[in-house]
Design a protein around this ligand. Structure first.
Ligand code: FRU
Length: 509
């Protein structure tokens, strides 16, 4: 995609590099609760799966730099989605013909023989555009392993452009999401750029996960949702069929879809007679600035958990000169569909990290900036409900400032009249002229707003109205800025509850 398949990067070299140079990462650079790369650069989550009693999460990884580059799969495991143990690099772009241009995004599952299967996109050499220009081809490959070491399948690639009908391109053909059906057969969806320059999601099937057959186009972009689609995921949830994907080059639509790289969810059903996917409704997954490339998995206790890269291609140029890591994941979220809407909530395991509860009920807030004793911090779980003190005289605006001192703050503003939420990190300490604010509209009851804020060293995740909408952003603010203030235009009654969130080291198991 971004380079013609290139030199080989041996696995042993990347493992040696990361085990040595990760020692130079200042632990204060890492958030407490959000997964970051062991060293270097991280983008999309990959291979999110449950294998041999632990949750595995791989990630797009360039250990050698804090910029995107030769894509490896970094690897981490967890029991609770919060504390992660790093494992060595899983796969490297070391097969010049199949994946020398990168081991791009993909997914994982457990094979009947107990092995862990990774399905990924190899960026391969040898493609040509119709105008003769040499370009990469993207092909789908496999690697099989034991949860620690993985061997690339000798039959790679298992899906390439020769299987595709007329009207598909090989230059943009990536991010396989594999799953097993209840009858034991396998399916995968892969993103593709059609010849008309619009994205589509292709469906493949297999009896054994190694030999694949093209089934058809599951969904096609009609131009409403950007151009190329990346990182598809397809699953059933609460009686609905969901297709999640990340479109590139979107034009904004009201306050629902922002311009650039988005992550969107189609909620629909499968037609009984034709077997076709029928989307009924489409929404943004997260209204923040730093969110992209979702991937989900099903836990043994039946929860559908979603993870995403807490960054976005449109805002990635904020790396500092001395930083040794770049990129982080959101805290994995439990997702559900209620009334045809996607709801998201931090995994329940996060609650075991809560300490030192401080709570206020019925606090009156009027036209002054107010802080509350004990409500501050940079690694906290904050729950707030606001409503008009007098319903006949509704408040006009509510504002929260956080990560605040005399110089810095980030704000969340709510205007109930328009149902408008606005996040603004212009004064968070960024020295880059990037996008720093974004708006969205809440639906339903507008006077009362409840939200949960998970604040970690370098980021904030908001969950509004029990998870109906979310906003995720990164902030570079120095840790000393740990103030929180509330402000109202009009008269508000507010309930506030705050917990400190403990980091990886002092967890009581
Ligand atoms: C999405 C993406 C994927 C690709 C990967 C490359 O962020 O562009 O489509 O597989 O990143 O790192």
């Amino acid at each position: 995609m971004r380079q013609v398949a290139g030199p080989s990067f041996p696995l042993w070299e990347s493992r040696g590099y990361e085990s040595h140079f990760s020692n130079y990462v200042d632990e204060a650079e890492r958030p407490f609760l959000h997964l970051t790369p062991l060293v270097g650069w991280m983008n999309d989550p990959n291979g999110f799966s449950y294998y041999e009693g632990r949750y595995h999460l791989f990630y797009q990884y360039n250990p050698y730099d804090t910029k995107w580059g030769p894509m490896h799969w970094g690897h981490a495991v967890t029991d609770d989605f919060i504390h992660w143990d790093y494992l060595p690099v899983a796969i490297a772009p070391d097969m010049p013909y199949d994946d020398g241009g990168g081991c791009f995004s993909g997914s994982a599952l457990t094979l009947p023989n107990g092995k862990h299967l990774l399905m990924y996109t190899g960026v391969a050499a040898g493609g040509r555009r119709v105008d003769g220009k040499a370009v990469d081809r993207q092909v789908q490959c496999l690697a099989v392993g034991d949860g620690h070491d993985y061997h690339k399948y000798e039959g790679n690639p298992v899906i390439d452009e020769q299987m595709l009908p007329e009207g598909c391109t090989a230059e943009h053909f990536r991010d396989p999401k594999i799953w097993q059906e209840s009858d034991g057969t396998y399916r995968c969806v892969v993103a593709n750029l059609a010849a008309d320059e619009l994205g589509q999601i292709l469906l493949f099937s297999s009896d054994d996960a190694f030999h694949w057959k093209y089934e058809g186009v599951l969904a096609k972009n009609d131009g409403t949702y950007g151009a190329m689609w990346e990182c598809p995921d397809y699953f059933e949830l609460n009686g609905k069929q969901l297709l999640l994907l990340s479109p590139q080059d979107m034009l904004p639509v009201a306050h629902e879809f922002h311009g650039g790289n988005n992550s969107i969810a189609f909620i629909g059903h499968v037609d009984d007679e034709t077997g076709a996917y029928v989307p009924e409704h489409c929404q943004t997954i997260d209204h923040g600035i730093d969110f992209y490339a979702t991937q989900t998995m099903l836990t043994p206790d039946g929860r559908r958990i979603m993870v995403a890269w807490m960054q976005n291609w449109d805002t990635v140029s904020s790396v500092g000169p001395d930083d040794r890591i770049y990129g982080q994941m959101i805290i994995p979220r439990e997702i559900s569909v209620v009334d045809d809407k996607l709801y998201q909530w931090p995994v329940r395991e996060l609650n075991t990290r809560r300490r030192n509860r401080v709570a206020y009920e019925g606090v009156r807030l009027d036209d002054t900036l107010m802080s509350l004793d004990g409500i501050s911090g940079r690694c906290i779980d904050l729950n707030v409900t606001v409503r008009s003190a007098d319903v006949n005289n509704p408040y006009r605006e509510f504002t929260l400032w956080f990560a605040q001192d005399e110089t810095f703050h980030t704000s969340l503003r709510y205007r109930p009249g328009k149902g408008e939420l606005k996040i603004n990190r212009t004064r968070s300490g960024s020295r880059r002229a990037l996008l720093h604010h974004r708006k969205c509209i809440v639906t339903g009851e507008r006077d009362e707003l409840n939200f949960r804020l998970i604040l970690d060293r370098k980021c904030a995740e908001f969950f509004f109205n029990d998870g109906e909408q979310t906003i995720s952003i990164t902030i570079p603010t120095a840790q000393a800025a740990d103030g929180i203030s509330f402000f109202a235009e009009g008269n508000i009654v507010m309930d506030v509850e705050k917990f400190d969130l403990t980091g990886a080291d002092d967890i009581v198991r």
